[in-house]
Design a protein. Structure first.
Length: 172
């Protein structure tokens, strides 16, 4: 299996959890989703049956527990969104700032808190009732340092050698 295949856990609308391996780049453009499950069977799951999919580091014994909503603004750049599913469940996440990445059958987002197990989440558009943008988090802008001439002088500093020489010639 190529190293581009990632571990994924797919939660279907009927609450069934499917574990397997998938090529992540084509996930948002393929319908049905094709994956190799952990028993070695090739499965095809229609996008309309998928509620959400977790990209995970390792397969946990049960579905990872994590907070679905966050009250604090994320620190990474991106679109902070709140997704409302058809069953009225709510999920917060961070979409990339590049809107070209938001296309196809669904959305790739980062979970509200990094717990180490879940790396990324994929949500098909067919599972969503609403996608609300809570905020736009921009990249940090580095401001150039001000030169000495542009800074204001609040307190007189130690005299410069030129000023000290000027004072000694005036006072003698």
């Amino acid at each position: 299996m190529p190293s581009t295949h990632k571990k994924i856990m797919i939660r279907k609308h009927d609450r069934q959890l499917v574990r397997g391996f998938i090529e992540p780049d084509g996930l948002a453009e393929m319908d049905p989703i094709e994956l190799l499950d952990i028993q070695g069977q090739w499965l095809k799951i229609p996008q309309s049956d998928v509620r959400l999919a977790y990209f995970v580091r390792d397969f946990p014994a049960q579905e990872p527990a994590w907070r679905r909503r966050t009250g604090v603004r994320p620190r990474q750049p991106g679109l902070w969104v709140r997704l409302r599913f058809l069953d009225q469940a709510v999920l917060d996440g961070l979409l990339p700032n590049n809107l070209l990445a938001v296309s196809g059958f669904g959305l790739h987002l980062l979970p509200p808190e990094a717990n180490g197990e879940i790396q990324r989440i994929y949500v098909p558009r067919s599972a969503l009732q609403e996608c609300l943008v809570l905020g736009v988090v921009g990249a940090r802008q580095v401001r150039p340092a001000l030169s000495g001439r542009e800074q204001i002088q609040l307190f007189p500093g130690p005299p410069t050698p030129a000023a000290a020489a000027h004072e000694s010639t005036d006072g003698s």
